[in-house]
Design a protein around this ligand. Structure first.
Ligand SMILES: N[C@@H](CCC(=O)N[C@@H](CS)C(=O)NCC(=O)O)C(=O)O
Length: 209
């Protein structure tokens, strides 16, 4: 089994943190995204979408999408549970995870991809060369600001993103907040609950994954 990975990118990191929380070690192969290795024929022969993370099982099955890869390992290694343990907790965590992806990770990526010169002709992840749209940067920044406010409100009510247990939703939120450093949008003094939560999740051993 091999995990195709790029250490600087947020989606592969979501899987690395997930694996670290579970104490799972697997072979990782680095694919340099800024250098375009993920778009080269060798990697596209593995995953035609050209995206990371990509997991290849020993039987040749290829699984991309960070949540799908995480769920694969959750089924094989249920402890510690990171996606919930019963109908209610699974639904609450799945809902919070979608919020973190759509309200946080996606807008940070929108700002990053449309403002970073390396991705001037790669503004959407994947194999099509899509030119950056500078006008999306302001929209993305406004969305990220709303995300921080909403996350702060959530964390005012609960220890973690989806209740009183650390979960896959915290992993995505944590990777999103760290990714937002690349667009100079850090946790502000007006987000004390996010600061408290970030101090806790970033001190877990998995944070260095
Ligand atoms: N929804 C996918 C997103 C995968 C994705 O966009 N990965 C980025 C790295 S964070 C990528 O591979 N980008 C390649 C590129 O932009 O060329 C997931 O959750 O895994």
């Amino acid at each position: 089994m091999k995990l195709y990975d790029y250490t600087m990118a947020p989606n592969p990191r979501r899987v690395r943190v997930f694996l670290a929380e579970k104490g799972i070690e697997i072979e990782k192969v680095q694919v340099d995204i800024p250098a375009g290795e993920n778009l080269a024929p060798a990697f596209r022969a593995i995953n035609p979408r050209g995206l990371l993370p990509t997991l290849v099982l020993d039987d040749g099955t290829v699984i991309d999408e960070s949540v799908a890869i995480s769920l694969y390992f959750e089924t094989l290694h249920p402890d510690p549970p990171l996606v919930g343990t019963d109908a209610k907790s699974r639904a609450v965590i799945a809902s919070a995870l979608r919020h973190m992806e759509f309200d946080g990770l996606q807008p940070v990526a929108e700002v990053f991809r449309n403002s970073n010169p390396t991705f001037a002709n790669r503004s959407i992840s994947g194999t099509e060369g899509v030119p950056a749209v500078p006008g999306l940067v302001a929209r993305g920044r406004a969305s990220v600001a709303r995300f921080y406010t909403s996350l702060n409100d959530t964390l005012a009510e609960s220890e973690f993103v989806a209740g009183d247990t650390y979960s896959i939703a915290d992993i995505t939120a944590f990777c999103t907040v760290d990714f937002a450093k690349w667009i100079q949008m850090r946790i502000g003094d007006e987000h004390p609950h996010v600061k408290r939560w970030y101090a806790a999740v970033s001190s877990r051993p998995s944070a260095s994954a």
